[in-house]
Design a binder for this molecule. Structure first.
Ligand code: SF4
Ligand code: SF4
Length: 182
């Protein structure tokens, strides 16, 4: 079992990318993260978005998604009809065969990939990269506006995505966040 009491990143910035350590840290810091999620809500939307975007731009290039691949291994990706048409056509499959092989459909019309890790992940690389879905392209969505509206989902992925983990931990430092009763 890895030691989960690692020190937070100091300058020069070295991202934490060990998924076991990140998961253990997340369990130990659940209360702190709940407080931070509430703390953020008091700040101006644009200021938070700008800071998150800046940290994402600094941190994302320091983390190798092809070494990680954890989102493709651990998330059920949603897709829409156009995306399914696009990928099935690329794979030279008709839609019924594609749907049967790869999709699960909800009664509300929602479609998700039917397997984790994703069928199209091989050696931590997406084999259909040019045809991947919007959800794949967006994740972890730190470049998008309205971060405050997505705090809940961001923290849902804090323990699985090193980019989110490191951005959030740096954001705590930059905002001088201190946990109460710590
Ligand atoms: S389609 Fe590609 S990017 Fe999307 S989850 Fe599957 S492997 Fe990952
Ligand atoms: S987006 Fe996050 S979870 Fe996905 S591969 Fe990159 S670092 Fe890993």
């Amino acid at each position: 079992m890895p030691n989960s009491t690692f020190t937070r990143m100091n300058s020069p910035f070295l991202p934490q990318t060990d998924l076991q350590q990140i998961a253990a840290f997340a369990i130990e810091h659940q209360e702190e993260n709940d407080q931070f999620a509430a703390f953020i809500k008091e700040f101006n939307d644009e200021a938070i978005d700008a800071k998150v975007k800046e940290l994402d731009a600094q941190i994302s290039p320091t983390i190798s998604c092809t070494d990680c691949g954890n989102c493709c291994k651990s998330l059920m990706v949603c897709l829409n009809e156009a995306e399914a048409d696009n990928l099935s056509s690329h794979l030279k499959m008709d839609r019924p065969s594609f749907d049967h092989k790869y999709l699960e459909k909800g009664s509300n019309g929602m479609m998700i990939m039917n397997q984790m890790p994703c069928h199209f992940l091989q050696d931590n690389k997406c084999t259909v990269y040019e045809y991947r879905f919007e959800g794949c392209k967006e994740f972890p969505a730190l470049h998008l506006p309205h971060f405050k509206r997505r705090v809940f989902t961001t923290f849902m992925h804090y323990d699985r995505c090193p980019i989110i983990f490191n951005v959030v931990e740096e954001l705590k430092k930059e905002m001088n966040f201190k946990q109460e009763n710590s």
